[in-house]
Design a protein around this ligand. Structure first.
Ligand code: HEM
Length: 240
């Protein structure tokens, strides 16, 4: 029980504290480093395939998580959605979205490994973040496809979902996680590891939308050539 308490009642709050505190810290101290560190200039063909597959897939996966984990089963029943239908849709749509995300990540990792310039631009925090991200996705798919699908079904809305809501409402109940099948528990633990890494990696870009790109002024590039740099600066925009 002590381990259950640590994993399912203490660890989630440590994770939330590091996530929120880390984001605030990074925003205050490293705003110029708040970036995707785009490698599009090095390679764009594979990026054009992997990027959208990964991001669009993930958007659907996360929308499914909000529905499945935060909305109680009593609400979907009250709305007239039968449990069997819910199960089928969550399995089909969740599985497809998860597959797209996983294939997208596969393309992006292949590109990162095989393109020398992209590989050279890969940082230490990338080397830590990508395996954890891949583990979260693989374990999520194992839970959905193997345990919930082929394995005959598992009603995570009666255990994991109330556990998540309990954490958010500040009355955690670790007992809810005790008999949950292993792939789900490993998936949740890997997800917590990802949330801990989040503020210190390029994943921070997911928390902002760069709307200022639409209205920002031109970026001025200045030549390093001494003779040109010594030339009197033209007044304003000269059309060259
Ligand atoms: C503590 C946080 C999380 C919890 C409690 C959680 C819970 C779940 C559950 C219960 C499922 C299985 C759904 C089913 O059986 O049909 C699942 C699947 C999945 N999860 Fe998570 N998850 C978490 C975070 C994440 C994160 C951060 C990601 C991605 C970065 C992710 C990616 C996936 C994927 C790809 C699947 C399989 C496809 C799907 O069913 O949508 N999960 N997760």
């Amino acid at each position: 029980m002590t381990l259950d308490l640590l994993l399912w009642a203490v660890l989630p709050y440590v994770t939330i504290t590091v996530f929120v505190g880390g984001i605030a810290w990074r925003y205050r101290h490293d705003r110029f480093g708040w970036t995707t560190r785009s490698s599009q200039l090095h390679e764009s063909r594979l990026l054009r395939i992997g990027g959208p597959l990964f991001h669009v897939g993930l958007l659907f996966v996360l929308a499914g998580h909000v529905g499945g984990l935060l909305v109680p089963a009593s609400v979907t029943r009250w709305l007239g959605v039968r449990d069997e239908l819910y199960h089928l849709v969550s399995l089909g749509a969740g599985g497809l979205a998860g597959l797209a995300t996983l294939v997208g990540l596969g393309v992006l990792l292949h590109r990162r490994w095989r393109t020398p310039a992209v590989r050279a631009a890969t940082s230490r925090d990338d080397r830590l973040t990508y395996p954890v991200l891949a583990a979260v996705l693989l374990l999520g798919m194992a839970a959905t496809v193997l345990t919930n699908g082929v394995g005959g079904g598992y009603d995570y809305r009666s255990t994991i979902s109330p556990w998540v809501r309990g954490i958010l409402l500040l009355h955690p109940d670790p007992a809810l996680m005790r008999d949950v099948p292993l792939p789900y528990r490993l998936h949740a633990l890997a997800a917590m590891a990802l949330f801990v890494l989040w503020p210190f990696s390029r994943l921070v870009h997911a928390l902002t939308v760069p709307l200022h790109y639409l209205v920002r002024p031109y970026i001025v590039y200045r030549s390093r050539d001494e003779r040109l740099a010594a030339r009197p600066a033209p007044r304003g925009w000269d059309g060259r």
